[in-house]
Write a protein that binds this ligand. Structure first.
Ligand SMILES: [Zn+2]
Ligand SMILES: [Zn+2]
Length: 383
């Protein structure tokens, strides 16, 4: 009917949504700025993600676009082996969610890792197996057999949410003999010290003491922006992986060699050997300090992470603020006093700070040094 088509055309004009008009402002990627380390790329990864193929509430392709929008390099799809809430509605093939996500990943250049969550009572609790070839082989009654089946495929195995409230026994976060058994059998390589909005100090200590990779993941079940204020600048927790290149194989190598850190809620947890170059590669002192009573230092933070600094030592007669924040992507002015009295022989000031949001162990901030060149003031200027 011609008049119907005419009315339809009218309504499209009225809404201003012709077929050619796409709102490209919505589908944008926000990069996470962090420097690469000498010899390694800093990759942003989330190794714990659910879809409708277990008890998540989204289709696997959506997970890929969420990750792309948030600036991630890689995700692992880790649906539960033992729990498929929607088994009456979707395939019970445990490889299927990965296969669907992998195709979407190829389109968007997001690396997708084949994983699964082995979901048992504590101990040993829940463990993710990553880099699988066939997740169906993990569907066996005994948890130790399931992990061995994963390991036979070359899997990387991590202990998930060791401090999850629902699984605490005697309300304590505990390392059980079963976990020692896993460690000794080469069946545990990393541990989540961050899961969603939770941080676990004891497991962080275990990671340091037992040489396990530290991991921070979402364990996301909902659409991501129902849990994190993505549009408002919020960010999911993630694992930083220091890899030789941006490939699934290189991520696997880096994980087995424990080159990771966890970024969550504005904090980064990890070894000083990674946190220090992350800080040093992000922060630059832009000017030399003239030998005057009062001088303004310009310090630039090129990363996406604010750095919270606390004075670690008072540099002699020179006075620097007790606390400063180096805001992400900004240059800050820091007032320094007393340089006028410095002897002419001193040509450099070492300012040492604790970075209270870079943590090498629980409550153990990284100490950093900012080197400030000291210069004679320009002639004619006030001393
Ligand atoms: Zn779990
Ligand atoms: Zn999970």
């Amino acid at each position: 009917m011609i008049w119907k088509a005419f009315l339809l055309a009218l309504s499209l004009v009225a809404l201003g949504t012709g077929a050619e008009a796409q709102d490209v402002s919505l589908r944008v990627r926000t990069p996470i700025r962090l420097p690469d380390l000498p010899g390694y790329m800093t990759l942003k990864c989330d190794f714990h993600i659910h879809t409708v193929f277990s008890d998540g509430l989204v289709w696997p392709t959506v997970r890929v676009e969420e990750a792309w929008r948030e600036g991630l390099d890689a995700i692992a799809i880790t649906d539960h082996i033992e729990y498929q809430r929607f088994r009456a509605d979707v395939s019970t093939n445990h490889n299927r969610s990965y296969e669907i996500a992998r195709e979407a990943g190829a389109d968007l250049n997001v690396l997708v890792i084949h994983g699964a969550e082995i979901t048992r009572q504590m101990p040993p609790g829940h463990l993710n197996a990553l880099f699988l070839s066939d997740a169906n082989a993990l569907a066996v009654p005994d948890w130790f057999d399931a992990l061995q089946a994963a390991r036979k495929q070359g899997a990387y195995i991590m202990w998930n949410h060791p401090g999850w409230e629902a699984q605490l026994i005697d309300r304590r976060v505990q390392w059980f003999p079963e976990h020692t058994r896993l460690l000794e059998a080469d069946l545990m390589h990393g541990i989540e010290i961050v899961n969603g909005s939770d941080y676990y100090p004891e497991p962080h200590e275990w990671a340091v003491a037992k040489n396990l990779a530290v991991l921070g993941n979402t364990d996301i079940h909902q659409p991501i922006n129902l849990e994190y204020k993505i549009q408002g600048g919020g960010q999911r927790p993630l694992t930083l992986v220091f890899a030789r290149e941006r490939t699934v194989e290189a991520i696997k190598e880096a994980l087995f060699n424990r080159r990771t850190a966890a970024l969550a809620a504005g904090k980064i947890f990890g070894d000083a050997s990674f946190l220090r170059p992350l800080f040093d590669g992000s922060v630059k002192v832009l000017n030399a300090a003239p030998r005057r009573e009062k001088t303004l230092l310009q310090i630039h933070n090129d990363s996406s992470v604010d750095f919270l600094l606390e004075r670690a030592a008072k540099p002699g007669d020179v006075s620097i603020p007790e606390k400063i924040t180096l805001w992400a992507g900004k240059t800050g002015l820091i007032e320094v006093r007393g340089l006028g009295k410095l002897p002419a022989a001193i040509s450099r000031l070492d300012l040492s700070w604790r970075v209270t949001n870079l943590l090498t162990a629980p409550n153990t901030p990284l100490t950093v040094k900012l080197e400030v060149p000291v210069a004679d003031p320009a002639p004619g200027k006030n001393r």
